[in-house]
Write a protein of this length. Structure first.
Length: 195
């Protein structure tokens, strides 16, 4: 055994910030954080941890966007960033989002988002179940868009839909809403930043 052993160089630590330009509940943001940590862990000799995260909420109690900051160490940072970026885009990252690696920002995301403000503060979830299923069908069960999330504000649940075109989702959902008296006061609105 030699007196001097060769030390393996430790990979440098890097900061990665992800900005989600989409309405996202804290629960969904935490799921995204966990999934991105798992993507990093799948890369050989990579380690990652969340150092900060938060969700911007409007004065009307609606999530506007979310941010997550990671600290990562990895021998091949470019491969890790490519894996994280690919996962984000494949999982519906909104247009206007970005990833920043050690201060260098890259725009990401192509998905568009639509909100359905139900204005049904007094209705039970059971009353909405058939309507929600009808809305899924109106969106072509995912070919036009799909239900991403739901959150609650002062006047009732808000459904978040995600797809390639906000206008196509607005058209499909608008055509379906008129068939449901339960949603006669509902409001549809695009929630993706203008390009």
């Amino acid at each position: 055994m030699g007196l001097f052993s060769r030390k393996t160089a430790q990979p440098a630590t890097h900061r990665i910030d992800v900005h989600f330009a989409q309405p996202m509940t804290v629960r969904l943001r935490q799921q995204q954080e966990q999934a991105l940590l798992e993507v990093a862990a799948a890369k050989q000799q990579c380690a990652a941890r969340v150092v900060a995260s938060g969700t911007a909420i409007s004065e009307h109690e609606e999530p506007l966007s979310s941010d997550v900051q990671f600290e990562v160490s990895c021998p091949d940072l470019k491969k890790l960033v490519a894996a994280l970026s690919g996962w984000l885009v494949a999982n519906g990252l909104a247009r206007g989002s970005w990833i920043e690696v050690d201060g260098e920002r890259t725009a990401l995301g192509t998905s568009e988002y639509v909100l359905l403000r139900t204005r049904l503060a007094e209705e039970s979830d059971a009353d909405l179940e058939a309507t929600v299923l009808a809305l899924h069908r109106a969106l072509g069960d995912g070919t036009i868009g799909w239900h991403e999330d739901v959150y609650f504000r002062f006047d009732g649940p808000v459904f978040v839909f995600n797809g390639d075109s906000a206008q196509a989702m607005l058209d499909a959902l608008g055509g379906e809403l008129v068939k449901h008296p339960l949603l006669r006061k509902a409001e549809l609105v695009a929630a993706t930043p203008a390009s």
